[in-house]
Design a protein around this ligand. Structure first.
Ligand code: SF4
Length: 256
């Protein structure tokens, strides 16, 4: 189902209380939210429809980009005690496939379905994954970014799966990032601070028409880029897990 997070709609706006007493209210729309009731609890999967091919990159998430889907997931999990099942992008590009005359209609339909395979992250739980792809037994799923070996176990290196704890770590990281952005905004920090992807040398400044307004001048080296490294998923998750442990330890010390 499609959901709106704003006053008078399905869910209220997401409220984020800042350390300086101010409050952020975030409104948004979830293109599709799926729910599944299980004996362990109610699972939530969020899907965003895209007119291009898009994937979730933990490097970007760590550096404060691609916050939207995890923010929605976090807000809804907190409000309703849902368990995270996945955050995914679904590309709306009409696929063209190569078919020969021997292919049956079902085979062609399956080929088309493969092109609609969603990108993002799902929960590392085979039972939940099979609820998303009901005919999936082993190999690569045509629906979600998961590969199961012959024994039916998730292959971590060929899948984009997160444990429940890893979802929580990312949700907490994003909450902290939004807190930081909120504090900077309310303190009047307005200096341009565009990102620069080291992986493919990509920056929004290259195509942006507002150079004259933000006064950024590439030629005089005045740009303070946020350089986004190209780290492996495991490295990022380990780093964020370490930060979470440190944070819990500091909280415990301040309570004692
Ligand atoms: S040119 Fe200026 S406004 Fe445009 S993306 Fe870069 S920093 Fe932002």
């Amino acid at each position: 189902m499609r959901l709106s997070l704003r006053n008078g709609k399905n869910y209220p706006p997401i409220e984020i209380q800042l350390e300086n007493g101010k409050k952020l209210e975030l409104e948004g729309k979830i293109d599709r939210a799926d729910f599944a009731q299980t004996p362990e609890g109610k699972y939530l999967r969020i899907i965003d429809y895209k007119s291009s091919v898009k994937n979730l990159d933990l490097n970007e998430i760590e550096y404060g980009l691609q916050l939207q889907l995890f923010t929605y997931l976090d807000a809804m999990c907190k409000q309703e005690d849902f368990l995270p099942a996945g955050v995914l992008y679904f590309s709306l590009i009409d696929p063209i496939i190569k078919a020969d005359q021997r292919m049956t209609k079902d085979e062609i339909a399956e080929e088309i379905r493969k092109r609609f395979k969603m990108q993002g992250f799902v929960l590392a739980d085979v039972k939940i994954i099979k609820m998303m792809d009901q005919t999936f037994e082993s190999g690569s799923s045509n629906r979600v970014p998961v590969y199961l070996d012959k024994e039916g176990n998730i292959s971590p290196s060929r899948s984009n799966c997160l444990t429940k704890e890893q979802f929580q770590i990312l949700q907490r990281h994003i909450e902290k990032t939004i807190q930081k952005i909120g504090m900077e905004m309310t303190q009047g920090k307005i200096q341009p601070n565009p990102y620069y992807q080291l992986k493919d040398q990509k920056t929004p400044c290259k195509y942006c028409p507002y150079h004259g307004i933000c006064q950024i001048d590439d030629n005089f080296g005045q740009i303070t880029y946020r350089y986004i490294p190209n780290q492996k998923k495991e490295v990022i998750l380990e780093k964020l897990a370490g930060e979470r442990k440190e944070e819990s330890y500091e909280n415990k010390l301040s309570r004692d």
